[in-house]
Design a protein around this ligand. Structure first.
Ligand SMILES: C[S@@+](CC[C@H](N)C(=O)[O-])C[C@H]1O[C@@H](n2cnc3c(N)ncnc32)[C@H](O)[C@@H]1O
Length: 211
């Protein structure tokens, strides 16, 4: 479990969904929905499910998250307190894995991707969506300045939590660009996309080889 993100999400859990809508100008559900549509039907693991604010469009869902305060708000019946780095499921349990806005909070992306590979059925896909910086270096600087101002102010006004939203600003630089992060893994990097202002929202579909 991430020692930094755990108390942060516990503190903001009650206001998390509302602030997401404000910060994304109502777009973040649409960004998640596009990712869900890249998955086949069947059973899905929602890795880092948070408050469970995702429509899986008829799929059977199991959610995991280390933060009880977030999980407690989820309407999903099958919820487990766990981290992505140590999934409490048998090998080849799921027809798909989804993870929304979680990867920059992980303690280990490598361990989590190994676990995703293990719990997926052969030939099944994982979709990861997240926030990073724009690929263009000039837009990246502009975006960094923007989030340094906007995130703590919104965090202060709507959650009384400027430090926590300052951490979210810093976490946008925590990982390499997604095109580098997901390349060369045991999961095939099948497809990626970018959306949102300057393309700061990314999506990636990874697939477990059949053999
Ligand atoms: C930004 S929220 C995203 C929640 C939800 N997926 C969504 O789309 O709104 C990040 C979530 O990742 C969870 N998290 C933090 N560290 C994690 C880990 N090591 N493994 C799995 N989830 C983790 C947090 O508790 C939090 O609920």
């Amino acid at each position: 479990m991430s020692e930094v993100s755990d108390p942060i999400f516990a503190k903001i859990a009650n206001r998390y969904d509302r602030i997401n809508r404000i910060l994304s100008l109502g777009q973040e559900r649409k960004w998640r929905a596009f990712g869900i549509r890249q998955l086949e039907q069947g059973s899905v693991l929602d890795l880092g499910c948070g408050t469970g604010d995702t429509d899986f469009e008829g799929r059977t869902v199991v959610g995991i998250d280390p933060v009880i305060e977030m999980l407690a708000l989820s309407p999903v019946v099958a919820r487990v307190v766990a981290v992505g780095e140590a999934l409490p499921f048998r090998d080849a349990s799921f027809d798909g894995v989804f993870s929304g806005y979680v990867f920059r909070n992980l303690t280990s992306v490598d361990e989590t991707l190994d676990e995703v590979h293990r719990v997926l059925k052969p030939g099944a896909a994982a979709v990861v969506i997240g926030l990073s910086r724009p690929a263009n270096p000039i837009l990246r600087v502009l975006h960094r300045v923007g989030t340094a101002v906007v995130l703590p102010v919104v965090g202060l006004v709507f959650a009384g939590a400027p430090k926590e939203y300052w951490y979210l600003h810093r976490s946008l630089d925590a990982l390499p660009q997604p095109e580098d992060l997901f390349a060369g893994r045991r999961l095939d990097y099948e497809k990626h996309w970018r959306t949102g202002l300057f393309g700061f929202v990314y999506g990636a579909r990874l697939r477990k080889p059949r053999t």
